[in-house]
Write a protein of this length. Structure first.
Length: 380
């Protein structure tokens, strides 16, 4: 409607737009590099634990042994859900797990002792509790929807091992627990992705952490953001045998259809998280006596190599779905597991937002009709 409108540059999806500074997550998409507070994701995946990485993200430094032990006790003490939360899960038991998770996280705000306190200190305490409670919600729903009682947490087990124990009803092997721990480290934080940005938008309105994470869960539930792991497993099952992978890829590319688990909004090189899940899938698939799944995935990777020069590389979720599948986890829990690992990242994004808060309010360029007179209804 004005000449100024013509000078506006549109960044659809806010692509390439920087809206703030952050000391938490560094991503170099061209080099395929990821750092949490300056530490390489490779060091953290190979040498750290989810608890230690969670401490790093939330408190800004690697803990001493005493600090880590105290933090671990805090996480374990938070493994509790109010009885009304179980009633919410029972009421919604036939719904999709992400819908159950979203609604139950929202309901938990009514029972959190810090609900009315939006200070950074209280937000951190709530984030720590939710880090422990989200896996409980996922596991409880899985049992309730199958007519079983939820499995109580085991204080002797670490975070990832306890999650698998609550989900499956038996303690996982050390290798299986370690692989789930690695998976959670890899998914713990990833900058201003769709769900993290959603959490920041909500926090920017001075809503509380439960509201922000409820919104983040809703954003993650969309298949364009969180659905890759589920879709990769379906693809592997459709291919069925490694010898058929090349033809499958050729057909998909000819039809201009995406090959699941390849490409990323940020990475032009291989997702640096992928290599750690690849090694785990190879080990676990042989341990479980089902090497065909790893063989199918590697055959797909080989068939996709010609497209790597165009920036279409494997991402972390290409391997994650097979890890969950080999653990006997239903496909509709793949995205909730992603959420279980991401709670610390969402929390630190909210903490950053409230530290120097500003309402996030971008603009759109109006391209509708010019001003026109209102016509009374009897004359239309």
């Amino acid at each position: 409607m004005s000449e100024d409108t013509e000078k506006v540059e549109i960044h659809r999806g806010l692509k390439g737009v920087y809206f703030d500074r952050s000391p938490v997550c560094y991503i170099d998409g061209r080099a395929g590099e990821l750092l949490y507070r300056g530490y390489s994701i490779h060091d953290l995946a190979q040498r750290s634990t989810f608890e230690e990485t969670c401490y790093l993200l939330l408190r800004g430094k690697l803990p001493t042994r005493a600090e880590l032990e105290a933090f671990d006790l805090e996480l374990k003490a938070a493994r509790t859900l109010a009885e009304p939360a179980y009633e919410v899960i029972r009421t919604l038991k036939t719904a999709h797990p992400m819908d159950v998770l979203r609604t139950t996280v929202s309901a938990l705000s009514a029972f959190d002792p810090d609900t009315a306190d939006k200070s950074p200190e209280a937000t951190l305490r709530k984030g720590l509790r939710l880090t422990s409670q989200v896996p409980m919600i996922i596991a409880a729903h899985e049992h309730i929807r199958n007519g079983r009682e939820p499995v109580a947490p085991d204080p002797r087990l670490g975070h990832a091992a306890n999650f698998l124990y609550m989900l499956k009803g038996k303690a996982p092997s050390p290798n299986t627990a370690r692989l789930m721990d690695t998976d959670m480290i890899l998914h713990a934080e990833h900058g201003s992705n769709a769900s993290a940005f959603t959490a920041r938008v909500v926090a920017g309105t001075e809503a509380d952490l439960h509201g922000a994470i409820t919104a983040a869960v809703a954003a993650l539930s969309g298949p364009a953001h969180g659905g890759a792991a589920e879709n990769v497993m379906r693809m592997a099952q459709e291919i069925g045998d490694a010898s058929k992978a090349a033809e499958y890829v050729k057909r998909k590319r000819a039809n201009k259809e995406p090959v699941m688990g390849f490409g990323h909004r940020v990475y032009r090189a291989e997702d640096p998280r992928a290599r750690h899940m690849r090694a785990g899938v190879e080990q676990l698939s042989h341990e479980m006596g089902q090497p065909q799944w790893y063989q199918i995935l590697e055959a797909v990777v080989d068939a996709m190599k010609p497209y790597a020069r165009h920036g279409v590389n494997v991402n972390v979720d290409f391997y994650a779905g097979v890890v969950y599948f080999l653990n006997g986890i239903p496909e509709d829990l793949f995205v909730p597991i992603f959420a279980a690992g991401r709670v610390p990242g969402w929390t630190v994004q909210v903490l950053e937002q409230i530290e120097n808060n500003i309402l996030i309010r971008p603009l759109t360029v109006y391209n509708g009709p010019e001003p026109r007179p209102y016509v009374p209804i009897e004359r239309r």
